[in-house]
Design a protein around this ligand. Structure first.
Ligand SMILES: Cc1cc2nc3c(=O)[nH]c(=O)nc-3n(C[C@H](O)[C@H](O)[C@H](O)COP(=O)(O)OP(=O)(O)OC[C@H]3O[C@@H](n4cnc5c(N)ncnc54)[C@H](O)[C@@H]3O)c2cc1C
Length: 330
């Protein structure tokens, strides 16, 4: 890339904001970051501010699962540094706990669990005595939680300070309409409450439902979740779902005793996770003689957890194709 060329980044708050384009390329031309919505905006179609967000490994041995495990591991190491060096980022390390009533086969396969959990500090299987009734598999470990609106604004600020700029603009076409058919939006409903929890806890129930609580750093309340509803386009929170989420949280999660199982609700959240059948798209597409699109989208419910790993893979792709040049080591 020469000084007269420009990289335009479309959308992708977590990826672009986790990427260090301006430090990797020398010289670096101004890089407009084009988005329909800046971090301060909200919309059901803009997932990032709605994310819980916590990191919980997802075991598996498919190529996609292994790739995400690697990205999640690198993001975990990155978040450790961010949490210590820059507490105003809204990233904080706390205890993570998982309870499974009916663990799927990948949780019972030692290798598959090792692949995705072994890097976690403080990892420990919970004994039968420590597990609540009905739970047959449980672990605890040190993980991070993210106050997602704070984190998006913080990362965008860093991007701009390093020489990037942002433009609020709706693209009519990205010359990729042909590939959009494989995109799925996966509705998630959660509830932000004032009640406090000292750990982020996830429970997978035998009926396939989920329950989780994610304290948001910097006094951001606690997210109580949640649903995963692919192809559900309802933008409104369902009062019935809210009641179920809160009733389950009162049963299963250790909120401070003075709350007496009641919740002080701040607001309901509905967001559409941008998922893709077959996993994330991470590749270069040539769309003109000297025009390329670098795709990095479709992270589904894991955009924050794999952000740094995806950003590194995207940068590597751009280096491979000569869109960026490594900074010379002195
Ligand atoms: C309820 C819920 C809970 C979640 N919990 C977690 C969690 O615990 N951990 C985790 O890692 N992830 C979680 N996620 C998922 C996470 O939020 C997403 O993976 C991540 O935010 C995806 O980021 P993105 O930048 O790809 O998409 P988005 O945040 O949706 O951003 C897309 C961007 O593209 C822009 N855009 C779209 N169309 C155009 C156009 N035509 N022209 C210009 N710009 C355009 C939009 O304005 C926006 O800025 C959760 C999501 C939800 C909804």
């Amino acid at each position: 890339m020469t000084e007269s060329e420009t990289i335009v980044v479309v959308g992708c708050h977590w990826t672009v904001n986790s990427t260090e384009y301006p430090t990797i390329s020398e010289p670096f031309s101004v890089s407009p970051y084009c988005s329909k919505r800046p971090p301060s905006d909200t919309s059901v179609n803009y997932a990032s501010p709605w994310a819980g967000a916590h990191y919980r490994p997802v075991p598996g041995s498919s190529p996609q699962a292994l790739r995400e495990a690697g990205q999640a591991l690198r993001t975990y190491e990155f978040m450790k540094r961010v949490a210590v060096d820059e507490p105003a980022s809204g990233v904080q390390f706390i205890k993570g706990i998982e309870y499974l009533e009916a663990p799927p086969p990948e949780y019972l396969d030692e290798q598959s669990v090792r692949n995705s959990y072994s890097h976690l500090d403080g990892l420990r299987y919970l004994s039968a005595k420590e597990r609540p009734a009905g739970v047959v598999w449980g672990v605890e470990y040190d993980t991070y939680v993210v106050n997602s609106p704070v984190y998006c604004a913080y990362m965008l600020r860093k991007f701009i300070l390093k020489g990037g700029s942002m433009r609020k603009y709706t693209l009519a076409s990205l010359k990729e309409a042909f590939s959009l058919a494989s995109n799925v939006r996966n509705r998630g409903q959660t509830c932000l409450v004032r009640n406090l929890s000292s750990a982020t806890i996830t429970r997978q129930n035998s009926d396939g439902s989920w329950s989780f609580c994610i304290p948001r750093p910097l006094d951001g309340g606690t997210i109580i979740g949640g649903t995963k509803q692919p192809h559900n386009w309802d933008p409104h929170p369902s009062p019935e779902i809210r009641a179920t989420l809160l009733a389950n949280a009162a049963k299963w999660f250790p909120f401070t005793p003075e709350s007496e199982g009641k919740f002080d609700v701040i607001h309901d959240i509905v967001g559409r996770r941008p998922a893709r059948e077959g996993g994330m798209r991470l590749e270069v597409e040539k769309v003109g003689s000297e025009q390329f699109i670098v795709h990095a989208y479709g992270a589904g419910g894991r955009g924050f957890e794999i952000s740094r790993g995806v950003a590194e893979d995207t940068t590597a792709l751009m280096l491979d194709h000569g869109f960026l040049h490594p900074k010379a080591a002195l």
